[in-house]
Design a protein around this ligand. Structure first.
Ligand SMILES: Nc1ncnc2c1ncn2[C@@H]1O[C@H](COP(=O)(O)OP(=O)(O)OP(=O)(O)O)[C@@H](O)[C@H]1O
Ligand SMILES: [Mg+2]
Length: 382
């Protein structure tokens, strides 16, 4: 599953359709004043520290940002630190280019983490699906479209877009590691090189009228994501482990247990592509404890969201703590990490919300009874 923060579509003739009437032509880069800089507010050549975000707000201190992100993202503390450090460096030193690869199974928080960080830093972000992209010159989306989407998500403020984040999801599907993969995938990865390296791409103005606009990608944060099924096996082979994870007799001493670039090349990513990745992040798989913690503590907890919703409708919610264990266990049956929590919790509240919304102001209290995870009619409204 991939998310796209904002989608723009193409018209029948392949031309891009205008989506909104507002300020179509991108704004001129904001002029920076002497003592107040904004991220993306200076010239693209500005190599100095640039510690403000959209609207002139100071960007939070690194530790403060980390603490805040961890209120949302559970079980990925090291990973969050790795990602924010990498992104933060590009804000402090705009000349540093940041290309990150996030490897992780479905529902481990890859997309959620980036969305959260982008939001907290006020950086525009676009999430692109690599499978939609084709080789340059072929019909289909290309690199220019990514930049275009980013500019659109920056409300057509090109200066803001300079410091934006482009996420390219499902990148593993473009690797050359078997028949099921896109045969031209490697060529697509190669055509992405220019944007990863940092270059000037000519993007059409958002209204597709008038001259192309040069857009410098040097300050962009590029984040690749994917589940990379089978990559673990490649690492295990390198470490001389058998498929159960046990080391064979001749253990290779000193081999990194983290993924290394060589593993990615073996997987089928072109060497020149892998060579340009500076940070490889491996997300943890989320287990029972983490799912319970997400439900109870995360600001992304869908359970908490229902609790707030019911409170707004004038109801208090009562339940035994055991409920979280039941929701987590039921969600773990499906192998999609925290993603499944929302299905389980939606099911729990489905009939309750229907009943409460059908009878406004009738109820003051909702009690969830044991067994509600299996049978969502097990509740009391009074
Ligand atoms: N580590 C986490 N902490 C808190 N919530 C999480 C975490 N991981 C996932 N979630 C919840 O699950 C939902 C789906 O997660 P997310 O979209 O980040 O998955 P993903 O890793 O990108 O997986 P996919 O490969 O399926 O896109 C999120 O919106 C969030 O509510
Ligand atoms: Mg995702």
């Amino acid at each position: 599953m991939t998310n796209k923060m904002r989608v723009y579509d193409k018209g029948k003739n392949g031309k891009h359709r205008k989506k909104s009437k507002k300020n179509i032509r991108p704004a001129k880069p904001k002029v920076k004043t002497k003592d107040k800089k904004e991220v993306g507010g200076g010239s693209q050549d500005d190599k100095t520290s640039n510690k403000n975000v959209k609207g002139g707000d100071k960007i939070p201190e690194l530790k403060e940002l980390e603490r805040d992100v961890l209120k949302y993202i559970i079980g990925q503390d090291d990973q969050v630190r790795q990602i924010i450090t990498s992104i933060y460096r590009t804000l402090v030193f705009p000349s540093i280019k940041s290309n990150i690869l996030i490897i992780g199974n479905s529902g481990t928080g890859k997309t959620a983490t980036i969305k959260q960080i982008a939001q907290m830093l006020g950086l525009p972000c676009t999430i692109e699906d690599a499978t939609k992209y084709t080789q340059e010159g072929y019909y289909g989306a290309d690199v220019t479209d990514m930049v275009f989407n980013l500019i659109e998500n920056a409300d057509n403020d090109i200066a803001r877009a300079w410091n934006g984040i482009i996420v390219i999801d499902e990148i593993d599907k473009k690797a050359n590691s078997g028949d099921q993969h896109d045969v031209a995938g490697v060529e697509v990865l190669k055509s992405l090189l220019k944007i990863i390296e940092g270059t000037t791409v000519m993007v059409p103005p958002p209204d597709y009228m008038g001259d192309l606009i040069p857009f410098d990608t040097h300050n962009l944060v590029i984040i690749f994501m994917g589940a990379f099924p089978g990559l673990e096996r490649i690492r295990d082979l390198r470490l001389n482990k058998n498929s159960m994870g046990f080391a064979r007799t001749e253990i290779k001493q000193g081999g990194s247990t983290k993924y290394i670039k060589q593993d990615l090349v073996k997987y089928g990513l072109p060497e020149e592509f892998v060579g340009r990745i500076d940070t490889i992040v491996e997300m943890n798989n989320l287990g029972y404890q983490e799912l319970v913690q997400i439900l109870k503590q995360s600001k992304l907890s869908i359970f908490r969201r229902y609790q707030v919703e019911l409170k707004r409708l004038g109801l208090t919610l009562e339940y035994d703590d055991e409920l979280f264990a039941e929701i987590a266990k039921a969600s773990l049956v499906v192998d999609t990490g925290a993603r499944e929590l929302s299905n389980t919790v939606n099911h729990v509240f489905e009939k309750i919300i229907y009943e409460v919304l059908s009878n406004p102001e009738k109820y003051k209290k909702c009690r969830l009874l044991p067994g509600i995870v299996q049978d969502n009619s097990k509740f009391e409204l009074t």
